[in-house]
Write a protein that binds this ligand. Structure first.
Ligand SMILES: Cc1cc2nc3c(=O)[nH]c(=O)nc-3n(C[C@H](O)[C@H](O)[C@H](O)COP(=O)(O)OP(=O)(O)OC[C@H]3O[C@@H](n4cnc5c(N)ncnc54)[C@H](O)[C@@H]3O)c2cc1C
Ligand SMILES: Cc1cc2nc3c(=O)[nH]c(=O)nc-3n(C[C@H](O)[C@H](O)[C@H](O)COP(=O)(O)O)c2cc1C
Length: 473
């Protein structure tokens, strides 16, 4: 019996043992499975917002004036090859604040503009979040990375990217790697950005690079002084011709970067002052005199030293932040000062061409130029052209503020305020505003005047909608 019983109990014991082992093994497997899932999912840090079902969402948010940060944002999103990961690209003013709840991570790519400021479309974001009280609860605990675009020749290098970085940390978001500052789009920093994305558990499949427009050889053809006898610096219309023929294209609002012979290797930007055709580019250049009395390198060469036939390297740069809306039925307000007439001139030429093409069918055609310079006697830049545009109806109104002649409305911002009621009517009728010229004084004064007339809320909305566009320097 004991034998049978021993056999019986022995069998039962083995079966129980086997069952126990199976259960223990299943438990072990379940534990390992959960561990490996957790390893693949971002661990919310202490104090993190609860991670929702959206934990595979990656948000790439950009702020860009001339399109480079946007380009990198799109490439970053396209390059991500992380399984089950969904990427969204969003402009900083486009309402991502509620959508990022529980996101896997948020990537910010932001360029700096003006004097350490933000791109125009980020004006509301700056006012409400960076300068104001508003907070974004969904940022708490979210992992983030910041790529700041800038140019170290400016005093406030990458200032806007830095501000965003500091604000994200203050909002309780979790920085996984130090902010990456990119000086003039250097490839090394972009490769580092891509490398760091792995820290966020993201894998990149394609390399992020920017297709830089190629420099071509151009020839200095001639110059004409636009302000003879002016007590200020000479401002010259400079004509350049493509060396060896060929064609290049651009649209009003675009820029060139020039490298002059025997320069310091750093390109200088100039606003293109004409439309493509006949292989020539026209610039309007103010001769820059440095504090020590020496001439600026590029402007000195273009306005004084260059001789016909001298060669320079030049590339044309797309500048969507200063393109015109192509709708003739909407009024247009152009505002500028000094060499800023360059960008406005290209837009007026484009408008003249559009009107000529539309012929009799051209709808409403209101365009209003506000321009500022020193004296009517010497500084009436492009006077003949402006008068011709006025006669032909390309311009319906012109207000020129000569600061030395008119103590009541010395600057463009004063003209704007003096005509405030009508300016508001034009904006209510859908006008776009294009601003070109001095960043420090003119652009700041014009911004204040517009905020005064329209209120901050409306100015921010117009910037976001591309109805206020600027090329200021
Ligand atoms: C988007 C954009 C559009 C622009 N459009 C126009 C335009 O249409 N027309 C126009 O006239 N300008 C325009 N500019 C300005 C233009 O790019 C140049 O900045 C300007 O012409 C001065 O350049 P420069 O080489 O003559 O002077 P620089 O030689 O660069 O000198 C300028 C300043 O740099 C410093 N500096 C540089 N090198 C030295 C040195 N060796 N010693 C001492 N100080 C030095 C000094 O502070 C000096 O005052 C634009 C700028 C931008 C960003
Ligand atoms: C008018 C102007 C002002 C600028 N101001 C700054 C600045 O203050 N600080 C800085 O680091 N970079 C400055 N930059 C450099 C830009 O941030 C840099 O060129 C960037 O790559 C532009 O990116 P975007 O095309 O996305 O606007 C300025 C560029 C321009 C044209």
């Amino acid at each position: 019996m004991s034998g049978v019983g021993g056999f019986f109990y022995g069998d039962m014991f083995r079966e129980l043992l086997a069952a126990g082992l199976v259960v223990a093994y299943a438990g072990y497997c379940w534990h390992k499975f959960r561990q490996s899932r957790q390893a693949r999912q971002p661990m919310p840090p202490a104090g993190a917002a609860p991670v929702s079902a959206d934990a595979n969402q990656v948000w790439v948010i950009y702020a860009s004036q001339s399109g480079q940060a946007e380009d990198i944002a799109r490439q970053t999103a396209a390059s991500l090859a992380t399984p089950r990961c969904q990427t969204h690209v969003c402009r900083i003013d486009e309402g991502w604040q509620e959508k990022i709840v529980g996101a896997r991570c948020v990537l910010f790519i932001a360029s700096t503009y003006g004097e350490g400021g933000a791109p125009d479309h980020a004006a509301r974001f700056v006012r409400e979040y960076l300068g104001g009280e508003k907070i974004i609860p969904a940022l708490r605990g979210v992992r983030f990375g910041v790529l700041a675009l800038g140019d170290s020749s400016y005093q406030s290098f990458c200032a806007f990217g830095r501000q965003i970085d500091a604000w994200l940390q203050a909002s309780g978001a979790v920085r996984e790697f130090p902010r990456i500052d990119v000086d003039r789009l250097e490839g090394k920093a972009l490769r580092n950005w891509q490398k760091q994305l792995t820290v966020l558990g993201l894998e990149a499949r394609a390399e992020i690079s920017l297709v830089q427009p190629q420099y071509a050889e151009w020839e200095f053809e001639k110059r004409e002084c636009l302000n003879p006898g002016s007590p200020g610096s000479p401002i010259c219309l400079v004509v350049l011709r493509l060396a060896g023929g060929g064609t290049h294209t651009w649209q009003a609002g675009d820029l060139v970067d020039v490298l002059i012979p025997e320069g310091d290797g750093h390109p200088r930007a100039y606003s293109i002052a004409n439309l493509p055709g006949e292989g020539r580019i026209e610039l309007i250049v103010r001769r820059h005199v440095r504090e020590d009395g020496t001439l600026g390198l590029a402007s000195g060469w273009l306005t004084e030293r260059a001789l016909p036939g001298d060669r320079l390297s030049l590339r044309i740069r797309n500048n969507p932040g200063f393109h015109m809306q192509q709708d003739l039925s909407k009024p247009l307000i152009l505002i500028g000062s000094g060499a800023g007439i360059a960008g406005l001139r290209a837009h007026l030429q484009a408008r003249a061409r559009m009107l000529a093409e539309a012929g009799e069918k051209a709808p409403q055609r209101d365009a209003w130029l506000f321009f500022g310079e020193r004296s009517g006697r010497h500084d009436h830049l492009c006077q003949l052209e402006i008068e011709a545009w006025k006669r032909s109806g390309v311009l319906s109104r012109v207000n020129i503020a000569f600061s030395r002649d008119d103590p009541v409305t010395p600057y463009v911002q004063h003209s704007l305020l003096a005509q405030g009621k009508e300016v508001c009517d034009w904006i209510a009728a859908g006008a776009q505003i294009l601003i070109c010229g001095n960043a420090r004084k003119m652009a700041v004064g014009v911004d204040e005047a517009l905020r005064n007339l329209l209120g901050a809320e409306q100015v921010d909305s117009l910037c976001e909608a591309g109805r206020i566009r600027r090329d200021v320097f």
